[in-house]
Design a protein around this ligand. Structure first.
Ligand SMILES: Cc1cc2nc3c(=O)[nH]c(=O)nc-3n(C[C@H](O)[C@H](O)[C@H](O)COP(=O)(O)OP(=O)(O)OC[C@H]3O[C@@H](n4cnc5c(N)ncnc54)[C@H](O)[C@@H]3O)c2cc1C
Length: 301
């Protein structure tokens, strides 16, 4: 879709065309976004959505890209990312904190620690943003977002207004929610338990070390590719049992440390990762009868 210059002028500095998406995904892969908008603040975001709606511009919301594979042909319409003003933390009272949706999970965990607020330590192990963590109901070590969330504040893309949704009105599942696609989460409130900084620090370090031992780091990946279908038969077990550990497609491979982590070894294409996914899925189904479900999100043409 060709946009006139006024659109660019109106959102000057925050709106551009043909933006390389590989810079925005942990896989470091993907084609271009037809348009890319970095929202300055809430008011500008609503104004932008209103203009986009008038011309039927398709919108895709992105967090930190740690769970997203962009296809090689890129994305039509506009990819929206929340800017710096959506990255903040503040205490509401001794047990409740609020975080902007663009805040990196680790920062929220550290902020909670500084404020003697426990039970949010698991967030230090998840490399995404608060918006993405809520949509994915992210978690680890017996905890997840659904257990600590109080409410979300979001922009409804259709009504062009801010709404608040209480945790009780959201249906959470394992690595997912029933929140509709036409919401952009802008912030959230979380409840922790009053604790001591030293205790929180210990728990946080324990989790971080535990993760380092079981999962690869410093690689181009989006973490677990498939959801665990059951506690006894985790996805990595099924992949191993089916003999897929050494499967490769181009420069896409499977981590030797954790076989549910798929990796861009440097020169892979998104299609290589997707082909590897399909190859593993097929083999696991043939060998075990389990139909693995994707945890990562694949978007684009
Ligand atoms: C090394 C590694 C380890 C990982 N370990 C874990 C783990 O232990 N546990 C776990 O659960 N996950 C893990 N993950 C996966 C990933 O980090 C989480 O799913 C994370 O919460 C995704 O957040 P994000 O901001 O990167 O989301 P993105 O990948 O940017 O987006 C994910 C989804 O959320 C939507 N979204 C993002 N922001 C918003 C918003 N503001 N409003 C509305 N929708 C939005 C996107 O449209 C997309 O559908 C790991 C990933 C990596 C790379």
């Amino acid at each position: 879709m060709k946009l006139d210059n006024n659109f660019f002028k109106k959102f000057d500095g925050n709106f551009s065309a043909n933006v390389k998406l590989s810079n925005y995904s942990w896989f470091n892969l993907g084609g271009n976004a037809e348009y890319f908008y970095k929202a300055k603040n809430k008011t500008q975001l609503i104004e932008f959505l209103s203009e986009a709606k008038k011309i039927n511009l398709k919108t895709t919301i992105l967090g930190a890209g740690s769970n997203t594979l962009f296809r090689d042909q890129g994305i039509k319409g506009v990819v929206i990312k929340l800017g710096n003003e959506f990255s903040y933390t503040k205490m509401i009272n001794k047990e409740i904190l609020m975080a902007g949706a663009a805040t990196i999970d680790r920062k929220v965990a550290d902020f909670a620690k500084e404020n003697n607020l426990g039970n949010l330590e698991f967030l230090s192990c998840i490399p995404g943003s608060i918006g993405g963590a809520i949509i994915m109901n992210s978690g680890c070590y017996e905890n997840d977002i659904s257990k600590v969330l109080i409410s979300i504040q979001a922009i409804d893309i259709n009504k062009l207004s801010e709404i608040e949704i209480k945790k009780e009105d959201i249906k959470f599942s394992y690595r997912g929610t029933n929140l509709p696609d036409d919401l952009i989460i802008i912030s959230a409130k979380f409840k922790g338990t009053i604790s001591k900084k030293e205790l929180i620090e210990k728990k946080q370090s324990y989790f971080i070390e535990k993760k380092k031992l079981s999962q690869p780091s410093q690689i181009k990946t989006c973490g677990s590719t498939f959801k665990n279908s059951s506690k006894d038969k985790k996805a990595w077990m099924l992949i191993k049992e089916s003999g897929c550990e050494n499967f490769k497609e181009g420069d896409a491979m499977i981590s030797q440390k954790h076989c549910n982590f798929f990796v861009n070894n440097g020169n892979a294409k998104s299609a290589d990762i997707e082909n590897l996914i399909n190859k593993v899925k097929k083999k696991v189904y043939e060998k075990t009868g389990v139909n693995l479900e994707l945890e990562i999100k694949i978007v684009g043409e």
